[in-house]
Design a protein around this ligand. Structure first.
Ligand code: SF4
Length: 369
């Protein structure tokens, strides 16, 4: 392990690097609800939520989740709709589905005990090398490494790694360095410290090198241009998509009711509730009649607005229409559609896109009234 560090001229530096980073972390660390709880399940949930989502956003979601599903058994016993409801708004719903499936696997195959080794953890759905390393080191104190975007930035700067950080070669270097650096006595604190340094001090555009606890080891700082690392390569432009969504509504005994149904399995956001929608790849708009024939209804929907939503690789433009029904027709797919009271939709298992559509529709309906 130390051999990889020797290639960068490191010898005695290793011990000092660990000591300085750890002592900085122990006085600078933020109090977070999943820190220091000694509960592998809480570590797991927080690490999955923190992928692609900022800490401040995760705190509320984490607390509500742990209240609803305090143990891995409680999560395993929940149905998917409850799980997606609590995840609603966090995005990247595959994370929630994998977490749910993995909880069932832990209960069925491991008597409810979350595996403690990287190898055992990797056998759970949705648990990649990062999450496995995080649970093994933070919750079980095993000397496993973790590499995330913050760690990549810190390592790229400290060791002055050039080239695309996502290349196979650099990917291997990041893992080899993280494994060599991790402190065998306090691996969890060490890994959290490296990530915290990346998020609080060694930030992408303006690293605070003057207050950095590991500045003396940093080749990027010595080179005078640490913010130029890692060398970021341009991503390809997101693909265009067009959609038409119709908010079909009626007046029920307790006010307005909106028609929703689960998105058909397989694509983006599968299984989440949405308004009747037709979408397609490319820049050609689907016809309004396609939504009507999907539902098996007739009517003249009213144009409400248009919005753009960016997914990781797609740029989706959606035309929003509103259609009031005075009586419930014979749906062409009655199993799929159901009415929810207007106030219930916001709290249901909907995506951020559906929430945006709902808000746009409410604004338009209020203006019309
Ligand atoms: Fe990052 Fe600057 Fe610290 Fe180097 S010295 S690790 S560039 S904050």
């Amino acid at each position: 392990m130390r051999q990889v560090l020797a290639e960068y001229g490191w010898g005695e530096e290793l011990v000092s690097f660990r000591t300085q980073l750890l002592s900085w972390f122990r006085q600078a660390r933020r109090e977070l609800p999943w820190r220091g709880v000694g509960n592998p399940y809480a570590t797991w949930v927080s690490e999955i939520m923190l992928q692609q989502t900022q800490v401040v956003t995760v705190i509320g979601y984490f607390e509500r989740w742990m209240e609803a599903f305090p143990t891995v058994e409680a999560l395993a016993a929940a149905d998917e709709e409850q799980v997606l409801e609590l995840w609603s708004g966090l995005g990247y719903y595959r994370r929630a589905r994998f977490l749910h499936r993995a909880a069932r696997q832990v209960v069925e195959e491991h008597q409810g005990r979350i595996p403690s080794t990287v190898k055992g953890l990797r056998e759970l759905p949705g648990v990649g090398p990062y999450t496995a390393g995080a649970i093994a080191s933070i919750a079980y104190g095993r000397p496993a490494a973790i590499v995330d975007g913050n760690v990549i930035r810190v390592l790229s700067r400290v060791f002055e790694l050039r080239g695309d950080p996502r290349s196979t070669e650099n990917h291997k270097k990041h893992w080899a360095l993280a494994e060599a650096l991790v402190d065998p006595v306090s691996p969890g604190d060490f890994n959290e410290a490296l990530m915290e340094l990346g998020s609080q001090v060694c930030t992408p555009r303006s690293p605070a090198c003057l207050i950095c606890p590991v500045r003396e080891f940093c080749a990027g700082f010595a080179g005078g241009e640490p913010e130029a690392l890692p060398e970021v390569t341009r991503r390809s432009a997101p693909k265009p998509m067009r959609a038409v969504a119709v908010v079909v509504w009626r007046v029920g005994p307790e006010g307005r009711e909106l028609l929703v149904g689960p998105r058909q399995a397989g694509g983006l956001l599968a299984g989440l509730l949405e308004f009747p929608t037709v979408e397609r790849e490319g820049k050609r708009w689907p016809g309004v009649g396609e939504v009507a024939s999907m539902l098996g209804i007739e009517g003249e929907p009213v144009e409400v607005g248009e919005l753009t939503h960016i997914f990781s690789h797609r740029r989706l433009q959606t035309r929003i229409l509103s259609l009031e029904l005075s009586e419930t027709p014979e749906w062409s797919d009655p199993e799929r559609w159901r009415w929810l009271r207007e106030g219930e939709v916001e709290g249901a298992a909907i995506s951020a896109l559906t929430r945006k559509i709902l808000r746009r529709w409410v604004e338009a309906e209020v203006l019309e009234a």
